[in-house]
Design a protein around this ligand. Structure first.
Ligand code: SF4
Length: 227
């Protein structure tokens, strides 16, 4: 039995008013982040018997406004995510409108960003961050990690839209490398590492990538099975 199963049992048989957000039940959607026996976790990804306790205490995540019971308001969290321009930016407009092939990546280029693509935006890292707790303007580990994920992507040319907004007193320098984000992430992402790598981009000025310096379009037509 997972903690989510237990909560739904309690809601069905003991107190119909219990509010909890959930969807996939398989640690894919990131909806059921809560604090279980003092640690932020996904309720669907936590077995009751692995807690080693007769008493399971479930509370809403820290660092978020509470809507009701265990349901927290993720609105600001997603706003900060969107401020990082979390998508690939390209300047080759003609290719975008009339694609002729695929943007190729080398395996080592993919390796540089792969773990950061596993983020399910559950908010657990943000709920555990001591800087988020004291600075409401700080983007938080999830948003900063996604800024790194897209800026480091060889196919992207949008670093100049992200990096300048992070080189501020409330930006990337507010991270003091406490590391709790990485300790609690249920998907094995290391946001603390992503933020440190992002600092290197800001310091070395490698964020803005000039037009045409990103990944090149392959000559192979999109959808072709030929190598
Ligand atoms: S980095 Fe990990 S803890 Fe943070 S939002 Fe993404 S999946 Fe959740």
């Amino acid at each position: 039995m997972t903690v989510l199963d237990a909560l739904l049992y309690a809601r069905d048989h003991i107190d119909h008013s219990i509010a909890i957000r959930f969807s996939c039940r398989q640690a894919s959607c990131g909806s059921c982040g809560v604090k279980i026996n003092g640690r932020p976790r996904l309720a669907c990804y936590t077995q009751v018997n692995e807690l080693g306790s007769d008493r399971v205490v479930v509370k809403p995540m820290d660092n978020f406004e509470i809507i009701k019971d265990l349901v927290t308001d993720l609105g600001t969290f997603f706003d900060k995510h969107k401020e990082m321009v979390p998508h690939l930016v390209r300047s080759d407009a003609t290719e975008q409108d009339h694609p002729t092939g695929e943007y190729l990546m080398k395996p080592d280029e993919l390796e540089e960003i792969l773990q950061f693509t596993y983020c399910i935006k559950c908010g657990i890292c943000t709920s555990s961050c001591p800087t988020v707790a004291t600075d409401s303007k700080y983007p938080g580990p999830q948003a900063l990690t996604q800024a790194y994920r897209y800026t480091a992507d060889e196919r992207d040319e949008g670093g100049d839209q992200r990096i300048p907004t992070l080189d501020t007193v409330h930006g990337v320098w507010r991270c003091h490398f406490a590391g709790s984000c990485s300790a609690y992430c249920p998907k094995g992402v290391d946001p603390a590492l992503g933020i440190q790598l992002l600092k290197r981009y800001v310091l070395e000025g490698k964020g803005p990538r000039g037009p045409g310096e990103g990944a090149k379009v392959s000559e192979r037509p999109r959808g072709s099975s030929k190598p």
